[in-house]
Design a protein around this ligand. Sequence first.
Ligand SMILES: [Zn+2]
Length: 338
Amino acid sequence: MVWIGEGHPHETIAVPGVALADGDVLVAVEMSTICGSDVHTVQGRRHAPTPLVLGHERGPGDRHGRCGGDDGRRYLPAHRRPGGVVGDGVVCALRPLHAGNAAEVPHAGQVRHDRVGAHGDLTGAFASHVQLREGTAIVRVPEALPASVLAPASCATATAWAAVARAARDRDLDGAAVRVHGAGLVGLSAAAIAAEQGATVEVLDPNVDRRAFAGLFGATALDRDPDVVIEASGHAVRQALDGVAVGGTVVLVGSVFPAEPVPLDAESIVRRLVTVAGIHNYTGTDLAEAVAFLAGRGRAYPFGDAVGAVRSLLDVDAALVEAAAPGAPLRVGLVPGH
Ligand SMILES: [Zn+2]
């Protein structure tokens, strides 16, 4: 489904032939989910080259073709060769991720899409198939996990994992007090991941229903200033900086859309010994660990319920409107072939 620009419906295109280069993988999409950044793109609030196949939260799908450099290899059963085989269920990033610092490759893996034709046509997840270039993070997934749990893993869960991991570089989260601003899927995922590492977690959000939902992801109330604040909303940066305890860490992960600059009280940051870190995107290791979390201890949390509606891929325009509406579910899923 090709997006040709703001105010225009998606157009269906057929891609009759796909040439896989060495190391490329063709993935059949089982489900993708609509992320806030997809909504922002179709609303014209984020620049994107057109024509374009949107969608970057997808999985599981069936893999066809050859695959090397598989971050998910340690989850492969012994009888499978390390690179994975045709028919594996996978979740995957959108573009090649490079080892080490994700920030070295701006926007790698998530929200910057190639226009159709620049590097083949099958570059987004709102499609029946996605062509992955060599170097793209691919993680094999357990068949028992539902698509609604796995599709957001390649954006929200992996990003939340990277944010919590950044905080954990500064302090052991076991026994720490953690505040999360924003009960979107990144915030909820970060809450559950931090809670599983032994933190006491509170989630702040103006939406009462989402606050209540956060209780199912390990959120409770703090009785002291937070050692760690994860700002996942994009709207509470100042509160995050003001609220953190002396010596604490603020991880900014929600400020991915254009917003008014926030004044920084440098003296307060200095005197309170505050660390401020930005997290954008994730590494292949983050994605693999996020999927392992969803397949393990993450099963205790209702991640699948975040996908509150599933629509046909052919109805992508209506689904994008639904996802942008007040009171929308955290995610709307898209399923090809219906
Ligand atoms: Zn996203």
